[in-house]
Write a protein that binds this ligand. Sequence first.
Ligand SMILES: C[S@@+](CC[C@H](N)C(=O)[O-])C[C@H]1O[C@@H](n2cnc3c(N)ncnc32)[C@H](O)[C@@H]1O
Length: 274
Amino acid sequence: MDVTDLTDLTDLDRLVAAVRASSKYRAVNADLIRRIGARELSGRGNLKEALKAVKNKLHQVAGAYLDHAPRYERWLQELLAASDADSLRRVCTRLMSRHASTQERLPILDAFYRAIFAAVPAPRRVADLACGLNPLAIPWMGLPASTQYYAADIYDDMMGFTQAFFSVVGVNGVAESRDVLAAPPRGHFDVAFVLKALPCLEQVDKQAARRILDAVDAERLVISYPAHSLGGRAKGMPAHYERQFEQLMAGSPCTWQKLVFQTEVVFIVAKNRL
Ligand SMILES: C[S@@+](CC[C@H](N)C(=O)[O-])C[C@H]1O[C@@H](n2cnc3c(N)ncnc32)[C@H](O)[C@@H]1O
């Protein structure tokens, strides 16, 4: 698409339209594109350069993780065809492998949610922020049937699929496309997952971790970091993120507990405890 074609629009409108004209970013939340786009336009003053910079940023924060062409319609049919709990888990496992972040959690999935939900009281309301395909792990969580599950990520189509998944498996859930940094969800949660998301959110806003910690009203925040880079490098990453987390918590009255898994380091923060 020639970004100079759309004559009656502002540069920012043109930039958002041009980003969403590409197959990779057509379903990305327009508010997030606008936010990143406004900054890139004011910093560069050149639409084509700003467009390139926005796409690069979206790749870093989201595109790098997701299967290039997710087939949500077909995925939903596969879920609907699952006739029992075992086949449902098999389908969910296969689908979770289409997002790099849930894929690398698959080998630890059982132990991961067993340990987390042993450490927190049974939740009535769960939030899953920057969730990717993690809601597909609900069959491993052992949640009470009445638990409300709120999920948010920046892909409109992924969240449409997640909402349909909730209906298929009978989860009392809401999934919505949302930039959780600019507009953190309102309401009180017992548990809020922020799984491997802070390093991505910090690519857009260096204060992201602090903002999320302050803005999300949850009894327990379950914050995790990857033990390896996307490319597989592990050198010093857990120690690096542990230092980062400790800096974030310095001076905070919150208490926390650390869980270490082969591919992920988890901190369960008791937010309203003291
Ligand atoms: C490393 S993945 C983690 C996914 C999931 N939490 C997990 O651990 O499986 C980061 C996720 O953050 C999402 N994301 C990036 N920026 C976001 C934002 N501002 N608001 C909501 N989600 C965002 C991406 O689309 C991606 O799914």
